[in-house]
Design a protein around this ligand. Sequence first.
Ligand SMILES: Nc1ncnc2c1ncn2[C@@H]1O[C@H](COP(=O)(O)OP(=O)(O)OP(=O)(O)O)[C@@H](O)[C@H]1O
Ligand SMILES: [Mg+2]
Length: 433
Amino acid sequence: MQGTTFEMSADWSSTANAGPNHTEIQVPSGQSRFSDFETGRSGLRSTPPGRADEALRASEERFRALVEHSHDAVTLLKADGTVLYDSPAVTRVLGYTPTERIGCKVFDFVHPEERAAMARGFADFAMRAGAVASSEGRFVHKDGSTRWIEGVRSNLLHEAAIGAVVVNYRDVTERKRAEEERVKLEDQLRQAVKMESVGRLAGGIAHDFNNMLGVILGHTEIALSRITATEPLHVHLQQIQKAAQRSAELTRQLLAFARKQAIAPSVVNLNEAIVGTLRMLQRLIGEHIRLRWHPAANLWPVRVDRSQIDQILANLCLNARDAIAHAGQVVIETANVTLDHEVHGDHAGFARGEFVRLAVSDDGSGMEKETLAHIFEPFFTTKGIGEGTGLGLATVYGAVKQNNGFIDVLSEPGAGTTFRIFLPRHLAGDRDR
Ligand SMILES: Nc1ncnc2c1ncn2[C@@H]1O[C@H](COP(=O)(O)OP(=O)(O)OP(=O)(O)O)[C@@H](O)[C@H]1O
Ligand SMILES: [Mg+2]
């Protein structure tokens, strides 16, 4: 349909004599937009014909100017969502000329994810004469980009002079982006504060607990050395020792999470450190999973504790193994990366700089959003009792932080998981950071 097919144009060419609650919009017919109007309407009857014409023309001009120069775009829709009129501002907001969308369904310009809901909402709205509603949603610009649009619509289908749903709207994409960014930063901050306080708590308990375990283990050892293996008490003491050793392992992980591990960092080429662990990792994950290794050439050095790199890799590979039901693959990759705020706005506090990135990916189950939100918390596990303690990633998190790095994760259900660890590049002359 072209811009000239305004079957209802006679109804829309309203006059200037409406009451205060009456929205008047002049709608074009034919080529000359807004130039046709009815004359001799009731309120103007008493005016001599020539002056009535003039008054009407002036009024028509005024309303045309209002709509056409309005900063907001104005669109008129039929009850079924067909576009009857687009004001010139539509070009600025959605990229279409004022005639391009005439006759099309407005829902075709809505983001596919919102299309069905918007059509349902509109159908309901169109039934309610006189209704006014504000809304916000995503539309697709002519250039293919997604735009957030905020608007107010009025159901004036029953108004003889208009006979349409009138929508006033504007592009709020920038504001929306800024809001999303702010929410994301707040979330990150909240998460960081939570991890910090959980870390302090866990670290405090683990520290004291570890000391007491030392006493238990020491005394058990002395007692065991004083009796022979045939004595009935021997087996009980052995059980105590085993349990205490297992507890000591747990507290060691907690201390790692709380960044209280005693570490011995040195300048390391990560590629070399990883190559040394590949055989061990392959054994850990089993034959059914292929381990692939993609080292970057000329990798920058980092300053880390090598044993923590082993710890990180072992934990990530074990998790990958658990996430792969049958056969699959785990890829370990290194790269030099330079981060700037624009690209990595996700990492508040680590906005810029040169990093060595270590990525461990698997093609396993992937994770739901709710799981992702908690994975680094100590004791968070989705595994059964006896299968996981939920300390693996907490340990990884602590180790990465202790080495002044940061970690992120990309994962989707059914699409596998990638953990990425960023460690600061070590430059000659750098000392402890
Ligand atoms: N690669 C992965 N793919 C899918 N889910 C994962 C992956 N890595 C971690 N997870 C999820 O994160 C949870 C926490 O992991 P974490 O390593 O901290 O604990 P765990 O593996 O459950 O137990 P633990 O490592 O102490 O034996 C897991 O239970 C699992 O749900
Ligand atoms: Mg684990």
